[in-house]
Design a protein around this ligand. Structure first.
Ligand code: SAM
Ligand code: SF4
Length: 556
């Protein structure tokens, strides 16, 4: 078997493509008379009415077609009468990082509770919701194009689907509210990352012919009480959101503006969700947050609170004042990893500043916390790191890498880098390449700098590296990453690794694929195995099984 060492260079984009021309089915079901309502639907409608009650707004006629939900919190949730035959179907398209997958699960859980059902087929949809990303211009452009396509479709299908609604959720809703809603008139409903609870109401306003939006950012919202509906293809792994927002204000980054201030979900609600996932047979949980290891829960008085300020990684500093008290990431990791020793725990995306020794020691001690750490560096040049306001130097970053490797021997490291940031010289770029060689990562998420409005860099720095130079530097970085990743993967040859099976490989039904503890994707032959070492009875390997795989096998 040959070894290939390809790996991912960009964040996953989860998106369903339209592979065939859409044919909306005829929808006379939209106009069922009241008398044909099922009792169940009546109960749902009544419950909605009881829950919300009519407000002052119900008694006055609005002349403004564009409705800013932030200004009115007491609207009745109105689902059209035509939903009597079946509930309205929501279709989600998710763009960007894992946080957006988690947001989709939260938004879906809220809508499901409000009586909506879900479809994975666009032609069946009554509501199309795009969960969006603003991190780079290219990500936004993809969504603009998609929205234009969807609105054209909506116009074409007006006769058959008069109630079809298009909504934008997440970062783009937050950043481009006016443009999306009023200038381009591409969407009916907008909900920022902290406004998903408001979705049923926003949609109900949509059904009254209004364009509705809520992009208020919150200091507290963590959706702690919303049990997300996890939607992994094989059901053996799940994302669990543990904190939201970011206080770091790196000079290039839009996240603090689109996702707001840092806040952590109460530990007890995280533990409850992980226990539930364990009971459902989930074998791998990935804890999620913009800066997942900056977790700090102030809500749990009955746990012993950590004394004093957070211990940062040595040589790292923050732009904000040091925070005091609360339960820290090490407390959370400790408790989560004890729930089910057979459940793997991963976390992303961490910030390198929050890796004190106690977190690293815990990772080393606990068998089920994966020995793989994402350590976004962004640049190998201290000068550029300073301009990026990252709060560390190249030397401090390398010291951290050394400390991590000392405490967790054999750990796999991955990273994020940006090429062509404001003022980046050829020398700075060479320093980035040399850092990648020195550390030897096995996975990289590599990006060309994309200037974002509102950020410090937009106001104060010059986006002075020409696009072709950014691109050339990006390609050079990719090629150095490939070389280094190949070396890391080659070092696995001869070893036996515990692999969590994900399912059939994409290339062949005769093969299975899975990941080892270090998150390396492995393809191996499909075969039956004895139920126990000395027992003759054989069983097929299925997804969610742990198997020992002797390398070489195909590494992805
Ligand atoms: N919070 C994590 C950290 O700072 O270590 C990273 C999360 S951030 C949402 C994901 C990645 O997107 C960043 O690490 C950075 O490499 C990239 N990124 C953010 N803003 C960018 C921009 N304006 N242009 C290009 N890449 C960007
Ligand atoms: Fe963006 Fe920096 Fe916050 Fe990461 S730490 S989300 S890069 S501002």
């Amino acid at each position: 078997m040959n070894i290939s060492s390809s790996f991912r260079f960009c964040r996953f984009t989860f998106r369903k493509c339209l592979s065939r021309r859409l044919q909306w089915d005829t929808c006379d079901r939209y106009y069922c008379s009241k008398s044909s309502s099922t009792d169940q639907t009546r109960v749902v409608q009544l419950k909605n009415k009881l829950a919300c009650g009519p407000s002052f707004q119900d008694f006055i006629k609005s002349s403004d077609k564009t409705y800013d939900a932030c200004n009115d919190e007491h609207e009745e949730y109105h689902i059209p009468e035509c939903t009597t035959a079946r509930s309205l179907k929501v279709y989600f398209e998710t763009y960007g990082c894992q946080m957006n997958i988690s947001d989709t699960e939260i938004a879906w859980s809220i809508l499901q509770k409000a009586g909506y059902s879900r479809t994975h087929e666009l032609p069946e949809a009554d509501v199309v919701l795009l969960v969006t990303c603003s991190i780079r211009e290219k990500a936004e452009q993809t969504i603009w194009n998609r929205l234009k396509h969807l609105t054209a479709l909506k116009k074409r299908c007006q006769k058959h689907k008069p109630l079809l609604k298009i909504g934008v959720l997440g970062c783009m809703a937050e950043r481009l509210k006016t443009k999306l809603l009023e200038q381009e008139k591409l969407v009916d409903v907008l909900a920022g990352p902290d406004a998903y609870r408001d979705l049923p109401r926003l949609l109900s306003l949509g059904y009254r012919g209004q364009r509705a939006s809520n992009v208020l950012l919150s200091l507290e919202e963590t959706y702690a009480d919303v049990m997300p509906v996890h939607q992994t293809p094989e059901g053996h792994s799940a994302f669990v959101s543990i904190m939201r927002g970011c206080d770091n204000m790196c000079s290039y980054c839009i996240v603090p503006f689109t996702r707001g201030r840092e806040r952590s979900r109460p530990l007890s609600s995280i533990l409850e969700e992980v226990r539930m996932l364990s009971d459902q047979g989930v074998k791998e949980v990935t804890l999620l947050g913009q800066n997942v290891n900056s977790y700090r829960d102030f809500s749990e008085q009955h746990f012993i609170c950590s004394e004093g300020s957070t211990q940062l990684s040595r040589g790292f500093k923050t732009v904000y004042r040091t925070k005091q008290g609360g339960l820290l990431f090490s407390d959370l990791l400790d408790k989560v990893s004890q729930i089910d020793p057979d459940m793997r725990i991963r976390f992303t995306s961490p910030h390198p500043k929050d890796f004190p020794d106690e977190v690293l020691q815990l990772i080393q001690e606990r068998r089920n916390i994966c020995k793989q750490i994402h350590l976004p560096a962004q640049s190998g040049s201290s000068r550029v790191l300073h301009a990026m306001r990252r709060g560390y130097t190249r030397e401090a970053y390398l010291d951290l890498v050394e400390n991590i490797r000392e405490i967790i021997p054999g750990v796999n490291l991955s990273s994020d880098f940006i090429t062509g940031f404001c003022g980046e010289t050829e020398e700075d770029h060479q320093e980035t390449l040399s850092l990648v060689r020195e550390v030897g990562y096995n996975v990289g998420f590599l990006f060309a700098y994309s200037m974002r409005k509102k950020t410090h860099a937009y106001h104060r720095l010059q986006d002075d590296v020409p696009a072709p130079v950014k691109q050339r530097r990006l390609e050079e970085l990719i090629s150095v990453f490939r070389e280094e990743a190949a070396k890391v993967n080659m070092a696995l040859i001869g070893s036996t690794q515990l692999v969590l099976v994900e399912g059939e490989s994409k290339r062949s039904s005769e093969e299975l694929c899975g990941r080892n503890d270090g998150n390396v994707k492995v393809v191996f032959p499909k075969t039956d195995l004895p139920i126990q070492p000395e027992k003759p009875q054989m069983v097929p390997i299925t997804s969610g099984d742990y198997v020992l795989v002797k390398f070489p096998c195909r590494l992805m």
